[in-house]
Ligand binder design. Structure first.
Ligand SMILES: *Cc1c(COP(=O)(O)O)cnc(C)c1O
Length: 400
């Protein structure tokens, strides 16, 4: 990958025709070290947030040893890059073939489930040639929890209800060498209380089941910083999770896990796009809803933007973006604040696209091309550059 100091240098030097994904290895490394050093347990990287091999290698080099994979393609990808990584297959609905290949060919022992049917599937797919059940399965029962504190809900699709959880935990315990409980509070959880509520449900399920629990996995949901979404420091989340974890009725040596996706990679990438046409306050740019801007189009996510030309001098105005495809839905309402004299031919940097951004690009309508370049400047916002720490007394979190 080519190296440049920053987005301006890229625009000026290459004047790229296609969008360019700018990667910041130092930002991903810093996020990884933050979780490895400060989360009071083990941090698994949720690969779906951004499966770029370069990113996965940076995370590994900075201490992330466990990976949350959700498909057999993700299993193969990470195993191919990292022969010694621990892979955990945390999608609660898997195909028997995927389970078999993961277990027998890639050494995957950890699987999540949210129903008896999935438990039976896992047990059957991992039987040996003599038909004997595996004795080394590490199984995690996924609980359904509320997404009310999160910007993107993950509450309706997966997870067993609290009423079913005790029976499923008891049944799973019979086949598990090691039994965990996992959940996901939804992505971009704006308050640490999301985890308190989920851990309260976990406590109720475990107490009712009265089985030995070896691991609690609080999932993903750890936020990043976007315009209008400024979460409390991650230390607040870690502290409150740790306190509530300790109060659970679990094995004395039980482990605490988390599965950050967004928080580990949001700062890794930004995008350089070019304005191809201006129509009033609408800018037609060369990336969009089918590219790295899926969330900007479909869930109105706000990403930070900056113009890369030095000769734009007018005060900022609010713009909306159209992407390059012929689909009307390829529209990002924003608003995105940019100098009001911006015009066709000008370049814009769109920040914080390392999570669910660069990973979402498709080739629809022939607009999938994007070069990748390494830059050295800071991401447009950061949770890890020291700017977001504040005294504990000032925290919004009050402990019960
Ligand atoms: C998507 C996902 C994650 C990552 O979520 P973030 O909000 O990006 O941290 C973690 N675990 C599971 C099971 C997921 O589906």
């Amino acid at each position: 990958m080519q190296h440049f100091p920053d987005a301006k240098a890229v625009a000026r030097t290459i004047a790229p025709d296609d969008p360019v994904i700018l990667n910041r290895p130092h930002a991903a490394a810093r996020a990884a070290r933050f979780f490895v050093e400060r989360f009071p347990g083990k941090s698994l990287y949720a690969v779906k947030a951004n499966p770029s091999p370069d990113l996965i290698e940076i995370l590994w080099a900075n201490g992330v040893t466990h990976y949350d994979v959700a498909s057999i393609a993700e299993v193969r990808l990470v195993r191919g890059l990292l022969p010694d990584a621990v892979l955990c297959f945390m999608h609660p609905v898997k195909s028997p073939g995927a389970i078999r290949e993961a277990y027998f060919e890639h050494g995957v022992k950890t699987f999540s489930l949210d129903s008896s049917e999935e438990l039976a599937k896992i047990v059957d797919a991992t039987r040996n040639a003599d038909g004997e059940a595996a004795t080394d399965l590490r199984l995690c029962v996924r609980l359904r929890v509320s997404s009310e504190y999160s910007e993107l809900s993950l509450a309706s699709k997966f997870g067993c209800d609290l009423t079913e959880a005790p029976a499923l935990l008891q049944e799973t315990r019979q086949y598990a060498d090691w039994l965990g409980v996992c959940f996901h509070v939804g992505s971009q959880a704006m308050s640490p209380f999301a985890y308190v509520q989920a851990l309260d449900r976990t406590r109720a399920a475990i107490a009712e089941a009265s089985v030995v629990i070896d691991m609690i996995d609080v999932g993903g949901g750890f936020p990043s910083v976007y315009p209008g979404m400024e979460p409390p420091p991650l230390e607040d989340y870690f502290k409150i999770i740790h306190q509530h974890f300790y109060a659970l009725p679990i094995a004395y040596n039980a482990e605490l896990w988390c599965e950050p996706g967004r928080a580990l990679c949001a700062e890794y990438s930004s995008l350089v796009v070019r304005v191809e046409k201006r129509r009033g306050e609408e800018l037609y740019i060369n990336d969009g809803a089918y590219g790295a801007l899926f969330d900007a189009a479909h869930v109105d996510w706000k990403f930070p933007v900056r113009a890369l030309e030095d000769d734009l001098i007018k005060p900022e105005a609010d713009f909306a973006f159209y992407g390059p495809t012929c689909d009307d839905a390829d529209y990002m309402p924003g608003p995105f604040a940019l100098p009001s004299d911006i015009q066709a031919g000008d370049y814009i940097e769109i920040g914080m696209l390392g999570a669910y951004g660069a990973a979402m690009k498709t080739d629809f309508n022939g607009f999938g091309a994007a070069q990748r370049i390494v830059v050295e400047d800071e991401p447009m916002a950061s949770l890890y550059d020291g700017s977001r720490q504040r005294p504990e007394a000032d925290n919004v979190v009050s402990l019960r």
